[in-house]
Write a protein that binds this ligand. Structure first.
Ligand SMILES: [Zn+2]
Length: 222
């Protein structure tokens, strides 16, 4: 995780667990202790985790919450995070799995296509999840929006209602393929005009200036 190198919260994110407070700290490169595989019955959500990952996607994407979420960094290898008009640290939260997946895809993108622009991540979830208007989903840290890729070397926006001529189907398909190759990706929601193909692609309205990457819920609640 390259997380926590920016934002109003600085390089530290607080983790709360069974009355204890731990920290992910980018400056000191420290993370919370590993979650023991034998823990109290009050923390059934964490049973048998045995990892350093305290993030939890609760409920479902359209009615859920996020516990101990983490922020994606403002930029990293192969990507940058565009928050638009939203205040810092309000819309870039997700499960560790989601953040790691984006970073992994971005690193591969950079390696495979060094001449392409960096990819742009957009809305994820609120810090504690829950309602995130105007989205109908994005409530439990398992989803993020991303810009389509342009044909002019810029990482700016493609909006099929505005500047369709800037769209690169080939480059966007290359990025979609990287996401589709990730086993934890459940669906990718796109605009019909994007002409993107693949087993996880679903064409929906409302995605004229971004596509939506949706992970499997670890609880099986998709
Ligand atoms: Zn979305």
């Amino acid at each position: 995780m390259e997380d926590e190198n920016a934002g109003i919260g600085g390089p530290v994110t607080t983790i709360n667990f069974e009355g204890n407070t731990y920290y992910y700290n980018k400056n000191t490169n420290t993370q919370p202790p590993m979650i023991p595989t034998t823990i109290s019955s009050s923390s059934l959500w964490y049973q048998n985790r045995g990892t350093h990952d305290y993030s939890l996607a609760r409920g479902i994407v359209s009615s859920g919450s996020l516990t101990n979420g983490l922020r994606i960094a403002n930029s990293g290898t192969g990507y940058w995070y565009w928050r638009g008009g939203d205040p810092e640290d309000t819309d870039n939260w997700g499960t560790l799995e989601l953040i790691n997946l984006v970073e992994r895809v971005a690193r591969e993108w950079r390696r495979l296509y060094p001449d392409y622009p960096i990819i742009t991540s957009m809305d994820m979830s609120r810090k504690n999840g829950g309602t995130f208007l105007p989205h109908t989903q994005h409530e439990n840290g398992l989803e993020l929006d991303m810009r389509y890729i342009r044909n002019d070397g810029s990482s700016g926006e493609v909006d099929f209602n505005v500047n369709r001529g800037d769209y690169s189907q080939q480059r966007s398909q290359a990025l979609i393929d990287l996401f589709q190759n990730e086993s934890r990706v459940y669906k990718i929601l796109v605009d019909s005009r994007a002409n993107l193909t693949g087993s996880k692609i679903q064409i929906v309205s409302g995605h004229h200036h971004h596509f939506h990457v949706w992970l499997y819920d670890p609880d099986g609640n998709n």
